[in-house]
Design a protein around this ligand. Structure first.
Ligand code: MN3
Length: 200
């Protein structure tokens, strides 16, 4: 069973004005679709065909094609889900408690996450990860992610932000920090909390 491009869980214009419609159309319909089809081509007739994306990405040394396109497939699947219209605000429950424990406050978390996203040179992602119930922030280059072996992150990713220029350039041009600030207005904390619960 080949990997399928997931449908967006909301319309292309649902995240306006924070993430613009045209960016969503191209990002999901072209970029994510491309990673999906190239991943399928890269694993076809190999021992990785039929495995879950998590099994593939954590399996060890990956070819460039599988690393880039498998990472791209996985990362964007998470990205669409950790955003939602009429979202943002504050996390609650166990996730809020863990954020306060790790970063002092929600503002402390936002500062650490924003800094990781803003200082990732070139293309990549920033992540919120959990290991043994404890949260941390890291960033990765290209389409790497924390479940790949040898990546300098601790634990399982539960939220990620794409800081490739294709994620923001149409609306924000070179102003990556403005895009990062806007992202917090569309964070789907309920989904992040569910990811947290599954990971601990
Ligand atoms: Mn992207």
């Amino acid at each position: 069973m080949a990997f399928q491009l997931p449908s967006l869980p909301y319309s292309h214009d649902a995240l306006e004005p924070h993430i613009d419609t045209r960016t969503m159309e191209i990002h999901h319909g072209k970029h994510h679709a491309g990673y999906t089809s190239k991943l399928n081509a890269a694993i076809a007739a190999t021992e990785l065909e039929g495995k879950s994306i998590e099994e593939i990405l954590s399996s060890g040394t990956l070819s460039a094609g599988i690393r880039n396109n498998g990472g791209g497939f996985y990362n964007h699947c998470m990205f669409w889900e950790v955003m939602a219209p009429n979202a943002g605000g504050n996390p609650t429950g166990d996730l809020a408690t863990a954020i306060d424990a790790a970063f002092g406050s929600l503002d402390g978390f936002k500062e650490a996450f924003s800094n990781a996203a803003a200082t990732r040179f070139g293309s990549g992602w920033a992540w919120l990860c959990v290991k043994d119930g404890k949260l941390s922030v890291c960033s990765t280059a290209n389409q790497d992610n924390p479940i790949m072996k040898g990546v300098a992150c601790e634990g399982t990713p539960i939220m990620g932000i794409d800081v490739w220029e294709h994620a923001y350039y149409l609306n924000y041009q070179n102003r990556r920090p403005d895009y990062i600030n806007a992202f917090f207005n569309v964070v789907n904390w309920e989904k992040v909390a569910a990811n947290f619960a599954n990971a601990i």
